[in-house]
Design a protein around this ligand. Sequence first.
Ligand code: FAD
Length: 410
Amino acid sequence: MNIDLIHEANRCLNCKKPLCKIHCPISTDIPNIINLFKENKIAEAGEALFLNNPLSIFCSIVCPHEEQCKGHCIKGIKETPVEFPLIEKEISTKYLSTLPLDKKENNNIDVAIIGGGPAGITAAILLAKEGFKVTIFEAFSKLGGVLRYGIPEFRLSRELTDTFEKYLLNLGVKIKYNTLVGPIHTIQNLKDDGFKYVIITTGVWNPKPMDIKGETKGNVHYAINYLVSPESYSLGENVLVIGGGNVAMDAARVAKRLGSSVTVMYRRGEEDMPATKVEIAEAKEDGVEFKFYYAPKEILDDKMIFLRTESLTDESGRKKLITLDDSDIAVKYSSVIVAVSQGPKKNIVSSEDRISTEKWGTVVVSDNFETTLDNVFSCGDVVTGPKTVVAAVNDAKKMVNNILSKEGLI
Ligand code: FAD
C-alpha cells in the first residue's frame, strides 16, 4: 500500500479537542506531531515522539490503532481516518539513527531490571539517561520480550529490537542474557549485591491450560511457547488453534505460513472474539479458517472432541453462553495449539514471599508501582495481566518517575 503521508497529514482537522490524543494510552500529541511533519521538521517530531514514548516506533506498528487514535479520528466518521500510525512510523524510523545518547552524570545507584520486554527496555532507557547504573537480567538470549519472541517477524522486524539492544549497550546498560532470576539468583541476592532498586518486568509467560483431558499429548502445544521458535515444530497437515485472541491469530498465521492448514476453533461467535478486527481480517487473508461455537472437551490421539455452544440473550439484554447437551463433535487434527490466555510465571516471587501477588500470580503494586517489598518496583503485563505494548511503556514511564521522585531527583 503506497500512501501519500503528506496528503494524510493535510487531512488532519487539527481538532480543538483531539480525540486521537485522548484515546492514545500514552497521550501522544498527535496534532502537534502532524503539524511538525507538515513543516518537514522531522527531527523535531522524532524527538517529541521519543521523549513521550521511547518505543514509539514499535507502537506505530503494533498498537491496536482501531481502538485508539485511528478509531476515534473524526475524519473516520464520514471517510477514512487519518493514517497517523504510518506518519508516526515514518518519523520514528528516521529518528532511529539519532537515538539520543546524552545522559546525566553517573549517580552510582545500581538498578536491576528483571525482564527485557517493552516495560524493562523503557525503564532501562529512562533510568540510564538519568544517570542510574542499570543491569537487565533477561531469561532469553536476546532482548525484546514479546516484541522478539511473541509477535511474528512478518508483523515486526527483529532489526528494530536489535537497534534498541545496541542503543541500551551504548547508553551503558549491562545486559545479562540467558539469566532466569528466581531459581538461582533471588531478589535478596540482588539487594545483597548492592542493587538499590529491583524492577520486575517479567511479563506473562505461563500459558493457561484448558484443563481438559489429553492436554499433555505430544502434539498439543501452547501458543506462547510455539511462537518463541515456530520453526522447531513439525505440526503436520491439519492444525487446530484454540482461542480467539491476538495470540491465537499470531499462532494461526505463523502455522499457516509454515505450510499447515489451520482452523481456529472458538467457543463464542466472531463478534465476541477479543482479537482486533484487523488481526482477524489478516488471518482470513492468510487463509486461516474459523469455526465458531465450539467448546473444547477432550483431546484424543488424532481427533479432538468439542461441544457445540450457543449464545442466548436474556431479558436484560445480557449474553449468556450455553453448552448444548450431547452435542459432541469430533474434529481430526495433526497438532493443536492452545491460546486461551497467559499468566505470570511464579519463579521470582516464589523465592520472595514478601512480594504479594493476586490470585493469578500478577504482582500487587501501589499507585506508585512499588511492590509490597521496599524499593522493589514492578510494571507491565506481570502487574496488569496480558495487555499491550503501549500500556507497558506508559506504566514503565510512570514507574520511573516515582523512582526519581523517591530519590528526590524530580
Ligand atoms: P514481556 O514483553 O513479556 O517481556 C518480559 C520479559 O521478561 C521477557 O523477555 C522474558 O523472557 C523476561 N523474563 C520473564 N521472567 C524472567 C525471569 N525470571 N528472569 C529474567 N527474565 C525474565 N501488544 C500490542 O500492543 N500489539 C500487538 O500486536 C501484540 N501482539 C501480541 C502477540 C503475542 C503473541 C503476545 C504474547 C502478546 C502480544 N501483545 C501485543 C501484548 C504485548 O506484547 C505485551 O503486553 C507486552 O510485551 C508486555 O510487555 P512486558 O515488558 O510487560 O512483558
